[in-house]
Ligand binder design. Structure first.
Ligand SMILES: CC(C)(COP(=O)(O)OP(=O)(O)OC[C@H]1O[C@@H](n2cnc3c(N)ncnc32)[C@H](O)[C@@H]1OP(=O)(O)O)[C@@H](O)C(=O)NCCC(=O)NCCS
Length: 194
């Protein structure tokens, strides 16, 4: 058990083992955090932890709706998707920030690993779905989530990390060592962009 939280009713079902976060080498951070903000001290009443199977009750999907269209997702669908992800060991790392004073998820970001034969049977990582609740922006939480996932990717041995973002977010991601390169990003959509 880590210092993130104690079980209240029964077992806590995390998407991945929270102890991995303890192994992150925080001295490797690439950006500056003011006021001693770190993953152990994200802010008053806040905790950083892996997604849990009951976070649908902590407004996780409402938070995601600040990023994109979520659609209708039942609790059953949420739990099934969670378990499907969890079964793919070493693949899905969704980090969230919970405000313990309101029991709401106020930030989230995902790191997804893609297993390869190339690069000596290596793995690449993709950062996805970075979002902080509008009431909590500007408090270094987005930076904290992305920085943690970059360090986690490094810890777990990716040969590269990539992400797609809107042009106005390029400066944000440059904070962590991401850079634009000469490759084109191509996409074919099967549903309309909202
Ligand atoms: C992008 C987002 C996650 C940032 O989260 P946040 O918690 O408000 O950001 P932080 O407080 O951690 O700020 C991070 C730093 O990046 C800087 N920053 C923020 N947006 C930036 C941008 N577009 N370009 C350059 N720098 C930026 C901030 O000035 C801050 O710098 P500082 O610490 O030196 O003052 C948040 O605005 C959000 O959820 N937006 C809506 C969803 C979204 O667009 N997600 C990104 C999808 S690619």
């Amino acid at each position: 058990m880590t210092n993130f939280e104690e079980p209240i009713n029964g077992t806590i079902n995390y998407l991945f083992d929270p102890n991995i976060l303890e192994e992150i080498d925080w001295s490797k951070i690439k950006c500056n955090f003011q006021n001693g903000v770190s993953y152990k001290k994200p802010g008053d009443g806040l905790v950083v932890r892996p997604l849990r199977d009951d976070d649908i009750h902590r407004d996780y999907l409402l938070l995601m709706s600040q990023l994109t269209k979520v659609g209708i997702v039942t609790e059953e669908q949420f739990k099934k998707r969670f378990e499907d992800m969890k079964r793919c060991e070493g693949t899905y790392y969704i980090l969230v920030i919970e405000d313990k004073s309101t029991n709401k998820i106020v930030g989230s970001s995902s790191l997804i690993f893609e297993q390869k034969f190339i690069h000596s049977a290596g793995q690449r990582g993709r950062i996805e779905d970075v979002v902080v609740n509008g009431d909590y922006r500007g408090k270094q939480l987005g930076k904290l989530l992305v920085q943690l996932l970059v360090l986690l990717g490094e810890l777990l041995g990716v040969y590269k990390l990539s992400l797609e973002c809107k042009h106005d977010k390029v400066g944000f991601y440059e904070n962590f060592g991401f850079a634009k390169d000469d490759q084109a990003f191509m996409i074919r959509r099967f549903i309309e962009k909202n």
